[in-house]
Ligand binder design. Structure first.
Ligand code: UTP
Length: 404
């Protein structure tokens, strides 16, 4: 107990000492284990967040436009199909998020988007992947990232639905790590008397989590991982043309992108920063950059990322230990107040700590932007209605011939 008190004092968390004193032995041990596993370097970033605004020299990046791809489609497809048949390509589904905007307690992938039949988000994604498997006559290992919050429910849901026809032996699960939350004074928050507020640590931690879980070792031929978000129901997964273009390019990763539909569209754009690939947020572009035109008549900064990347596994292995930025994000965080009552704040009351996959592009050191047709490959579900919603995704699915 003395040792833990010292640790808490050293990090300005004295408020937890009296909390610990009020717990029984079993509860104490539970909370102590959580406290001991805290990465204090991360938590203390609330005082001095990393300066993520300081960009290097930003320039447009060259990529493959729709026209370039069309002209070399068969060449790319051949390389991609071969890589898939050789067992070199795996798919990583990022499903550890909390989907707070959608507002369902179940995992986001278990959301039913059907109208006259049941059609779950997971089902549509697996259906998209199965099309590729059929074309290639080979299965792609599918790795599903969950979090402590939804791991059990996700596994149960997929088991109950027979993995929507995907062979079980090609599916692996792994759980992402969690990070604590603090209030605006840096005090660790509790969600129950012996439980810190812990939440998934952002989608940038996927590689260290998959590597730690050891599941990649079940497929020794893997050389490329196609990482994708759970919420884009139109996306092509392990798309042979994209795989072939990236593998054939000799670069360390590829990113599917859509052309921005106006200079100020709120989407991260792929560019070069000090000659390294980088994604910059829409609010980081100056007016001049947002409107700058390229020689091809398109906006110079027009490659909007859609969270569908192909990473070289050997390059990923080299990145282990290289830190990517930790974003300190203000959020509304339910927690216990001083009297032990649960408070659900209406406004932001503290910080969460997250890493983002878009920051991984930079550590990969080279990246191929690969343009896709927005109306055919981008239907993200973030909200129930309005922009990027169940409604807008349904309309796009129907436009693409999917019966709902
Ligand atoms: P979002 O940034 O849309 O977050 O995730 P979210 O948690 O799903 O939704 P909101 O913001 O709470 O409404 C983009 C992708 O990254 C995954 C999500 O599951 C989604 O596929 N993700 C996000 C993780 O896997 N882990 C995380 O910690 C965060």
């Amino acid at each position: 107990m003395k040792e833990i008190e010292k640790l808490l004092q050293a990090h300005g968390q004295q408020h937890l000492i009296s909390v610990l004193e009020g717990l029984d032995k079993e509860q104490q041990n539970k909370l102590i284990a959580q406290i001991k596993s805290i990465d204090w370097n991360t938590v203390e970033l609330w005082k001095n967040p990393e300066d993520l605004s300081g960009k290097g020299r930003v320039q447009p990046i060259d990529g493959l436009s729709l026209m370039d791809i069309e002209a070399r489609k068969e060449e790319f497809r051949k390389i991609g199909v071969q890589a898939i048949q050789d067992g070199k390509v795996g798919a990583v589904l990022l499903a550890g998020g909390q989907g707070t905007r959608l507002g369902s307690d179940a995992p986001k992938g278990a959301y039913n988007i059907g109208l006259t039949r049941e059609l779950y988000i997971f089902e549509q994604l697996i259906c998209n992947l199965l099309e590729v498997c059929k074309q290639c006559n080979a299965f792609v290992p599918l790795f599903v990232m969950t979090s402590d919050k939804n791991d059990g429910d996700t596994r149960k849901f997929l088991e109950e639905h027979g993995f929507f026809g995907y062979p079980r032996e090609f599916v692996r699960f792994f759980v992402q790590e969690m990070a604590p939350s603090v209030d605006f004074d840096g005090k660790l928050l509790l969600e129950d008397k012996a439980q810190l507020v812990l939440s998934p640590n952002g989608n940038g931690g996927w590689y260290s989590s998959i590597a730690k879980a050891g599941v990649l070792d079940d497929f020794l031929k893997l050389e490329w991982l196609n990482v994708f978000a759970v919420d884009n129901v139109l996306q092509r997964i392990a798309d042979p043309v994209f795989v072939g273009a990236t593998v054939g390019s000799g670069l360390n990763c590829g990113a599917k992108v859509v052309r921005k539909n106006n200079p100020y569209e709120k989407v991260g754009v792929l560019c070069l920063e000090d000659n390294m690939p980088s994604v910059i947020e829409y609010y980081e572009l100056t007016d001049e950059m947002a409107n700058q035109m390229g020689a091809d008549g398109n906006l110079a900064y027009s490659f909007g990322v859609i969270l569908n990347y192909l990473f070289s596994l050997s390059k990923l292995r080299e990145t282990v230990g290289k830190r990517i930025p930790i974003h300190v994000v203000k959020k509304k965080i339910p927690h216990l107040d001083g009297t032990g009552a649960l408070v659900k704040p209406e406004t932001e009351n503290g910080y969460k700590f997250e890493t983002l996959i878009l920051d991984m592009v930079r550590v990969m050191e080279s990246c191929l932007p690969f343009e896709v047709v927005r109306e055919r490959e981008f239907a993200p579900i973030k909200n129930k209605t309005g922009v990027d919603s169940v409604e807008s995704a349904r309309a796009l699915l129907q436009q693409n011939g999917v019966k709902l």
